[in-house]
Write a protein that binds this ligand. Sequence first.
Ligand SMILES: [Zn+2]
Length: 401
Amino acid sequence: MKRIVTLLLAVMLLATGCRQKAKYVFLFIGDGMGFGAVSVTEAYLAQGEAGVAQGMGQLAFSDFPVMGAAATFSANAQVTDSAAGGSALSTGEKVNNDSICIGPEGDTLVGIAYKIHDAGYKVGITATVCIDHATPASFYGRSLHRGYYYEIGSRLADSGFEYFAGGDFNRPYENEPSCYAKAEAAGYAIAYGRDDFEAKKGSEKIVFFQKRDSSHAMTQLPTRLERIARDNPDDISLKEMVERGIGHLEGGKGFFMMAEGSMIDFAAHSNDVPGLIFETIDMSDAIEVAKEFYRKHPRNTLIVVTADHETGGPACNKHCDLAKVKEVCAPEGESTVDNYMDGHMSREELSQAAHIGWTAGNHTGDRVPVYAIGCGSEKFAGEMDNTDIPRKICEAMGIEF
Ligand SMILES: [Zn+2]
């Protein structure tokens, strides 16, 4: 009898993935991170680690047990932009390109972060570009156009979400009161840099921006290559924003954190191989932090990694030689990063030398990968639509969608 009960329990566990509901959920979005970006980066890592010319290295999510692929077309285009891609991942509905959480008929849509917040969980939104950029905006904002930064930035204050981190507001003073004044009036502490964050982290709701560079607002965090080149101790990364986010959101009923590796897309737009690889590795480092958290709470943590769309269509062509990229980007020795950053070797020359091909200087209509681990991860196996993803997350958390 005891054996049958154990067997039944084991079968139930297999069938449901976990016996509990997901209490801690991380949604990582690599902006523009298609299968090509992942494959080129894994090939680069294989070359780096083993000194061999072939193989696939490991990113933090390479060994996630569940994998699927999501279609990304929008309501009015086969090839989506970040606004429609982000809105689909947030609301579970297709919207037109450039729209943030407003449907093609003008209907206002409610994002997953609001549903999860209403159910009593804390919410964190992080990105490496301005916090009102299309992808993060899709999780708290609503606007007919992604370019209405003031309107989107203003909505941050109304969200009530506990944690925001990323690049500064894009157009905070376009109207009165400023996005800063609105956020502060709504009870947000705005912290610039880690010392300021440490001083203000007792605040229930906090916005974490990088320390200003000679009084200029940093609407975009430095890329990983820029951090290597400039070696500024004030630079923060997605990894640090996720770490501090966990510290801020932990405790209570649980949390949902959306973290975007925003600049993979920028690199892919300009067919920049080292940028593509280093920004993908940078997001992987942030995912490693979530993975450590998962190891501590394996029964009620869910991590999902995906993209809002593919960008650039990169691939390793025949005679592909990623050592060329390594030569250019070696963080030590002859300051080759500076050379590359200063444009002594063009992106095109490097792509040709490394035999990395690109199909576009813009987004493509390719499906994007979906990786999942933890509680409810089995829901993310196989082919799906991007609009299925928020629904599956809510299912895993036991929240009505
Ligand atoms: Zn995008």
